[in-house]
Each structure stands twice: as C-alpha cells, then as structure tokens.
Design a binder for this molecule. Structure first.
Ligand SMILES: Cc1cc2nc3c(=O)[nH]c(=O)nc-3n(C[C@H](O)[C@H](O)[C@H](O)COP(=O)(O)O)c2cc1C
Length: 408
C-alpha cells in the first residue's frame, strides 16, 4: 500500500522522498525589481525543515512587464542568478532530499490594472463585470508575440535549472495565460492558436515542448492544470481531460490538478459542486477519472487536503502526490508531523465571511500575511485578524532585504 512516506520515482532520475508536496503560493516578497530576497531564504528554509518531498515556489514571472501581483519574483534573464542559487541552496542545505521546483507563469489578462495598464491575452476579452474595475481590458496577442512568450517560458526554465532548482512547473491553471488559451471563453482566436479544441491546446503543448528543449531530457517538467474553470463557457472537464492525454503523450513528468480562475475561485474551495462536497479534496472526482484514462503520468492533486484519512483515500484512488498550500502557511512543519505520526491532520482555519468576493481575497491576504511572518523569521499565528491581514495586503512589503551573499 502506498503510504505518505513512500518515495516516488518520477522518471528522468528524479525521486520524491515522500508523497507530500508544498503547492505554489505567491509569496509577494521580492525586491522592487523582482529579485529574490532574504525573505525567500528564510521562508523556504522553514518549508524545507517541514519535510515535504516536493516544494514548488510561488509563481515566478517570465516577463517583468506582465506580473500577477506586486512582489512577484521575475526571471527573464540571469541578472539574479546569484540570488536564485542562494534560494535553491537554502532548501538543499536544509534538507538535501527535498526537490525544489520553480513555478513559471505569465498572467495574461489576470493582472491588476495598476500593474499592467495594457495586458495581453489570446483575445480581447475583459474580466467579468463584478471584478472588471480592477483589471484593464486586454488586447489580443499577435502571432510573433505568442512565439516570443513561448521562448520566454523556455528561457526562464533554463535559468531555473542553471540556478540549481530541481525542476520547473508551468502554471497552466487558475485563469492565467496558458489557461486563457485553453478556455473557449477567453480564446476566441480563429488562427493556428484557437478556433478548435486542438488549436486552443496548442499553446500549452508548445510551451511544454520549448521548456523541454531548453532544459533537456533528464530534467523534470510539470504542469498545473484546471480540471475545469467552473464558469459557463470555460474549459469543461471532458476537454480538460483531452489536454491531460496530450500532456501525457508529450512525456510530462508530473501533472498537478487544480481548478478555477479569479472569476470563480474554485482552487480555494469556492464553487464546489455538491457531488464533490462529500470528499475533502476538491478535485478528487476528476483526478479519479484522469487516472482511469492516463495510466502512467504521475498525478498530484491540490485543494482541500487537511486530514491523513483524506490523503490516504486519494493515494488509494491512484493519486501519487498530495499537494497542500494554505495549511503549510500556518503549519510549515505539517508534512513532517504527518509523516512521523505526530498528527492526523491540519489545524482547521475558517476565514469565511459569506461574501464571495471578500472570501476569495481574504484567502490570499491572510495566508500571505502568514508567509510574511515566516519570511521575517517569525511564527505564523492562527489567531491573526482578518482585517489586519486585509489591510496588510495593500501595504508595501518591507523587511525583506535583497540577497547580499551571492554564491559562487
Ligand atoms: C496566498 C495564496 C497564494 C497562491 N499562489 C499560487 C501560485 O502562485 N500558483 C499556483 O499555482 N497556485 C497558487 N495558489 C493556489 C494554491 O497552490 C492551492 O492550489 C490552493 O491554495 C488550494 O490548496 P489548499 O487547499 O491546500 O490551500 C495560491 C493560494 C493562496 C492561498
């Protein structure tokens, strides 16, 4: 029987020490120019001590003119190679067995207006009415621009590898650019990049191929993908399943399943279908269907896991890796305590106010605040007030000095 402590060979020589992964969490502690900081070192040392076999970074931007949030790390050339090496080193020196993967992302239209007044997207489709004010209307990418973004993904991946990260994960979920190409709602192109399901899939596949070309055959490459967008007109589970099959055919090393977008925040538990509410993990029903169709590609599922029983259920259904995000902001050592039997699950945190738009934002603000406490050498606090966390979100993040000690 697969246990949480069972190692997992991913192929290409990579092995995860156990089945627990820290999912990508946008930290928002980079320097003004997108450089990693001492805060990253502190935060990731805490997660390395915590014992997850796989640690995935918060989304790292591939273009400094298109970032998802202020304080995101940007890697578009090797100017911060020393800082990135220090970041990878912080994890490996703390726990050599931990795999550290960099998540790489382009936000497309999902970037706040004050950061990107002229966002780009597959088509000029604005965000939905209720949240439209915060996001400028995107313009459609030209074909050469699409090619150039694909090159950027590849280049960022090559720098991650050069800096000592053990793998990369392409962010293909949550309504960012890759997922905008996949969705018929946001991709209304009628050229080689849209118009049919195959063509909408092409961007994800070309990004994967370009990244693979840049990092070589023996380096792990994963992708995070939506089971569905949870929106009328967005990608549906059946179409998403065919993306999964195409990714397997391309030799993807680890598929992470999630769901939702800024417009419908299913990734943090909003919009759950009643049929899936009996299980703690949000996307387990979908993952089971994927497992039935895709026999060999390793599968990670993220969203909702809180108890050992819930995790064991997923492993018994053929899920290979259990991803956790929010619990590790409050209890960075949770993996280790699950692995050694000291606990059977995460502390329960309930931030719901009942107002949908506030709730989605609160999930981000409150948990980011916990990351900031860890990043400045402090401890998280489950008693942290929601109002304080909400206000802190809008303050400039201070106290995370640039990495001074550049490694040779
Ligand atoms: C503060 C915060 C930041 C996040 N940043 C990212 C990110 O950069 N990339 C990503 O793929 N998902 C991101 N997510 C989503 C998580 O990876 C995860 O899918 C989600 O929190 C559900 O898992 P959980 O129930 O274990 O928290 C973020 C979630 C939160 C709460």
């Amino acid at each position: 029987m697969t246990e949480l402590a069972s190692p997992l060979a991913l192929g290409r020589g990579a092995e995860l020490a156990n089945r627990l992964a820290k999912a990508a969490l946008s930290e928002r502690i980079a320097g003004a120019d997108g450089a990693p900081t001492e805060g990253h070192l502190e935060l990731y040392r805490a997660w390395a001590r915590g014992g997850a076999g796989l640690i995935i970074t918060g989304n790292v931007m591939i273009d400094r003119n298109h970032i998802g949030e202020p304080g995101n790390v940007v890697v578009e050339d090797d100017r911060d190679l020393g800082g990135l090496q220090a970041w990878a080193g912080a994890v490996h020196d703390t726990r050599p067995a931990s795999q550290l993967w960099m998540q790489i992302n382009h936000p497309g239209r999902q970037t706040p207006r004050h950061l990107t007044p002229r966002p780009v997207a597959p088509s000029a489709v604005p965000m939905r009415a209720k949240i439209k004010g915060a996001f400028a209307k995107p313009r459609a990418l030209t074909r050469p621009e699409i090619e150039s973004i694909i090159d950027r993904f590849a280049h960022t991946a090559a720098i991650a590898k050069a800096a000592g990260f053990d793998g990369v994960q392409i962010h293909g979920a949550h309504g960012y650019l890759v997922s905008q190409f996949l969705s018929p709602l946001t991709n209304q192109r009628e050229d080689a990049w849209g118009g049919t399901e195959d063509k909408r899939r092409r961007f994800a596949i070309e990004v994967l191929r370009a990244v693979r070309g840049a990092v070589g055959k023996s380096y792990p490459v994963g992708m995070k993908l939506n089971s569905a967008d949870f929106q009328r007109g967005g990608i549906e589970p059946e179409a998403s399943m065919r993306v999964v099959e195409a990714l397997e055919a391309e030799g993807l090393d680890l598929l992470e399943i999630s769901g939702g977008t800024y417009e419908a925040a299913a990734m943090v538990g909003a919009k759950r279908r009643e049929s899936s509410q009996r299980r703690e993990a949000y996307f387990l029903d979908y993952a089971e269907q994927v497992r039935a169709r895709v026999k060999t590609m390793p599968l990670m599922v993220t969203g909702g896991f809180r108890t050992r029983a819930g995790m064991m259920e997923a492993l018994s259904e053929g899920v290979d890796v259990i991803g956790m995000g929010r619990p590790l902001c409050v209890e960075p050592d949770l993996p280790e305590r699950l692995l050694d039997g000291a606990t059977d699950g995460a502390e329960r945190v309930d931030l719901e106010t009942g107002i949908k738009e506030v709730d989605a934002f609160m999930q981000i603000a409150w948990y980011q605040r916990q990351m900031h406490r860890l990043a400045s050498g402090g401890r998280p606090s489950s008693g942290l007030g929601r109002v304080a966390a909400g206000l802190a979100y809008f303050m400039p993040q201070r106290g995370f000095p640039p990495i001074a000690a550049v490694r040779a």
